[in-house]
Design a binder for this molecule. Sequence first.
Ligand code: NAD
Ligand code: DAU
Length: 350
Amino acid sequence: MEKKILITGGAGFIGSHVVRLFVTKNPNYTIINLDTLTYAGNLENLKDIEHCTNYKFVKANILDAEALSKTFKEYQITDVIHLAAESHVDRSIHSPLDFVYTNIVGTVNLLNTAKQYWGSEQNHLFYHVSTDEVYGSLGETGFFTETTPYDPRSPYSASKASSDHFVRAYHETYNIPTVISNCSNNYGPNHFPEKLIPLFINNIIERKPLPVYGDGKYTRDWLYVKDHAIAIDLIFHKGKKGDTYNIGGFNEWKNIDLVKLLCKLMDKKLGRDEGESEQLITYVKDRPGHDRRYAIDATKLNKELGWQPSVSFEEGLSATIDWYLDNTDWLKNVTSGDYQQYYTSMYLNR
Ligand code: NAD
Ligand code: DAU
């Protein structure tokens, strides 16, 4: 079937990889990327596919119900893949309301628009892209499964948990065909340099301090962004309506070990002396309410849909560093303007 898929947040990090995959893999689908282009949205991320005839861009805010309605009508939207969000935990600690508006109200706006246009038709899908952070924090052992109770602890994860609940509520109450996936930490090209890996790559290049929060022993499960996009494609086409799927990298790292590996790889690639970048590591005040450990059990996605990560961490991290070293203009563009001010207030004055 010819689909007209609205992808929200397609100019962002993960969204741009999802848009590229859908545009290139499915020439008979029309992909409408709706994005308001916040600091994290960047059309440069999609330069290579913007000429494709099955790709359209709409600059609009998901808080603008009229713009959503107009887009649904104009393009006769058949499906939604919803990624638009405020995505950074540290920013949510400083400005929680921005997260309430975009992540909760924006999602409900989008659900209302889908409900208005699709009515009770079942040949549609509202795919909500979410995070493992809704499950809270793990101790030394155990994994998040699809039945782990929600226990969000940051304003960001509380807003994402709320949006997940609204998606489920619209499925139960109005019979909207929905699916949700909850993914672990992504890394890869086009990642805005406020998150751990791209921030530290940028800082190593510029020989700036690497601010490690607290004792550095917090643990995250890392997945290469292209593997997340592949999982989304699979769940979009084969997932069970009304269901939830966890996506993870089976790849846990303590922050400090990851940072040391990154320093080592970058010293080699930049031709610096071994150990030079590690000297930039600076322990700083902890993130308030910092979740100790995330680890995803992605068995359901593996067993039911046959998905598993295709890129090893060594390959993915090396490719990511190479991408940043080859795209210094991209890095310069996104770190100009307000970025320096943000960086100073967020990291240096903690
Ligand atoms: P990002 O911050 O890189 O991109 C977000 C995009 O949404 C940007 O292009 C931005 O312009 C757009 N946007 C923000 N507010 C908007 C609004 N009100 N209206 C329209 N567009 C708006 O985020 P990301 O890291 O690519 O994350 C994408 C989604 O995946 C989010 O929903 C996030 O919660 C989820 N997620 C992210 C990760 C991760 O590791 N980055 C992991 C799991 C889930
Ligand atoms: O788990 C999925 C989530 O992963 C996504 O839903 C979020 O959108 C995404 O931002 C990410 O959240 P985290 O808070 O885990 O990512 P971040 O890169 O901000 O931090 C990763 C770890 O590194 C975390 O333990 C905090 C720590 N950290 C982070 C930064 C930016 C530092 O020690 N220093 C830093 O400067």
